[in-house]
Write a protein that binds this ligand. Structure first.
Ligand SMILES: [Ca+2]
Ligand SMILES: [Ca+2]
Length: 198
């Protein structure tokens, strides 16, 4: 009788012990998984911060190249290539410089940035229509919703440099928060071109 009881207790204890071992294994897996996830997230955040500060530097380099009139004597395409090259130098080594996009728009005045060319709404439609008179700020012979012109501009122009770098998010879960898993990193700088041709 006592032996059977003994045996029973032993079996119960053994089962209990096994069950706890299983729970510990599950707990360990959860904690380890969470730890790996956190380490990945922190590492990636570090990379993102590196690229972001790199982009700020890139914007300065790009603007510096453009505002001093470097390459302004050659074709606008070559000038833009020069600006892109100058920008790419400030990026960390692990990024792909071919993915860097630099949008450059120049204006005559600071206050024109992002504005439409002014027009007189003659027909009262609340929008520009052919026949409404307008001020051709960028001198391209037509009314524009964006009064700037693409490119690094002329001496004295106000130029906006906007840099974008698409970062493919690697950390699982976080990846899903972004369209196609891509985080758009950007930097922007506005400068006044020097009077470089004088
Ligand atoms: Ca109108
Ligand atoms: Ca125009």
């Amino acid at each position: 009788m006592s032996l059977t009881n003994h045996h029973r207790i032993h079996v119960l204890w053994h089962r209990y012990w096994q069950r706890n071992e299983g729970a510990a294994a599950v707990e360990f897996a959860l904690v380890a998984g969470l730890l790996v996830f956190m380490v990945l997230a922190i590492l990636e955040l570090g990379l993102i911060m590196l690229i972001s500060s790199g982009l700020e530097g890139s914007a300065h380099q790009a603007a510096r190249y453009g505002m001093t009139g470097q390459g302004s004597a050659i074709s606008s395409e070559e000038r833009e290539n020069g600006i892109l090259e100058a920008a790419a130098k400030s990026l960390p080594d692990f990024v792909d410089p071919d993915k860097l996009a630099v949008d450059i728009i120049s204006y005559n005045e600071f206050r024109e940035i992002g504005k439409a060319e002014p027009y007189e709404d003659r027909n009262g439609s609340g929008e520009y229509d052919p026949g409404d008179t307008y001020t051709d700020l960028n001198g391209n012979g037509q009314w524009d919703e964006e009064s700037g012109l693409a490119g690094a501009g002329d001496p004295g122009s106000i130029t906006v440099y906007e840099l974008h770098y698409p970062w493919s998010v690697m950390t699982p879960l976080f990846h899903n928060f972004f369209t196609d898993g891509v985080l758009d990193l950007s930097a922007r700088i506005v400068v006044k071109n020097e009077q470089y041709d004088q």
